[in-house]
Design a protein around this ligand. Structure first.
Ligand SMILES: C[S@@+](CC[C@H](N)C(=O)[O-])C[C@H]1O[C@@H](n2cnc3c(N)ncnc32)[C@H](O)[C@@H]1O
Length: 215
C-alpha cells in the first residue's frame, strides 16, 4: 500500500535537503523494513524530522502518542520534550516491545518514554494530566473518537497532530468509492474543520499530516 502521496523524485529531493536521519533512527527504519510486518506504517526520515521539529518548537511537558509500532515517531517526539518531560505512547500490540525499548535506549530517550499496552480508547482516560502535544497514529476508524477523548485534555495553545489525513489520496474520491478507513478519515477531517475550538492545517506531507491547535 502506498503511503507517500508526493511523487518519489520530490520525496527523494526533500529528503536530500532535510537534515540526515540520525544513525539510530536509520537503523530502526532499516530493521523495521527488513523484519516487521506493515513497515510502510513507520513515519520515516522526512515525517520523523517534521515531528521532531514540531515537538522542539512546542517543547511540551507531556506528549501522548496513539500508535507506537516500532517506536520511531516516539523517539522523534521525545527529542523535543521540555527538561523533565514525558511521552506516553499507547499500542495494542505487545510483540514489538523489546525491539522498541532497545532503540529507545540506544537513542538515549528511554527514560522519557512510558509505554502503555492496550486499546487506546481505554488507556487514554487512565493517563493523568494534560497533553501539550498529542499524535494520533493508531487505527483510522477511531480518529474521531480519539479527538473527542483528547480535546478536553489539550490546554489552550496545545496541539494535536493526526497522521494519514489524506489516506493515500482516497479522501478526495466520491464517498461511495472510499474504503472504510478513508471514509473515517474524511469524516474526521470534516469534524475537525467544523469545530470552533480549534484551527488546523492539513499538510500534504507523506500521507497527510494535520496540525490542529486548540484556541
Ligand atoms: C501507523 S502505526 C504507528 C506508527 C508509528 N507512530 C510511527 O510513526 O513509527 C499504527 C499502530 O497503531 C496500533 N494500533 C492499532 N489499533 C490500535 C488501538 N485500537 N489502540 C492502540 N493501538 C492501536 C498498531 O498496533 C500499530 O502499531
Amino acid at each position: 500500500m502506498q503511503h507517500i502521496i508526493t511523487p518519489d523524485p520530490i520525496n527523494s529531493y526533500s529528503e536530500q535537503y532535510t537534515s540526515p536521519e540520525d544513525a539510530v533512527l536509520a537503523a530502526l527504519n532499516k530493521e523495521t523494513y527488513a523484519h516487521v510486518r506493515g513497515a510502510q506504517m513507520i513515519s520515516g526520515h522526512l515525517q520523523g524530522m517534521v515531528l521532531q521539529m514540531i515537538s522542539q518548537m512546542i517543547a511540551p511537558k507531556q506528549v501522548l502518542e496513539l500508535g507506537t509500532y516500532t517506536g520511531y515517531s516516539a523517539i522523534c517526539l521525545a527529542k523535543g520534550l521540555a527538561e523533565g518531560g514525558q511521552l506516553h505512547t499507547i499500542d495494542i500490540d505487545p510483540d514489538l516491545q523489546a525491539m522498541r525499548e532497545g532503540y529507545w535506549k540506544e537513542a538515549g530517550q528511554e527514560h522519557k518514554i512510558k509505554q502503555h499496552i492496550g486499546e487506546a480508547a481505554k488507556v487514554i482516560p487512565a493517563i493523568e494530566g494534560d497533553f501539550d502535544l498529542a499524535f494520533i497514529d493508531a487505527d483510522k476508524r477511531n480518529y474521531s473518537l480519539y479527538f473527542d477523548l483528547l480535546i478536553d485534555r489539550i490546554p489552550s495553545g496545545g496541539y494535536i497532530l493526526a497522521d494519514n489525513t489524506l489516506f493515500h489520496g482516497e479522501v478526495i474520491l466520491p464517498v461511495d468509492q472510499q474504503s472504510n478507513s478513508a471514509r473515517a478519515i474524511h469524516e474526521f477531517n470534516i469534524k475537525v474543520a467544523a469545530d470552533d475550538r480549534v484551527e488546523q492545517v492539513l499538510m500534504p506531507i507523506r500521507d497527510g499530516l494535520m496540525l490542529i491547535r486548540k484556541k
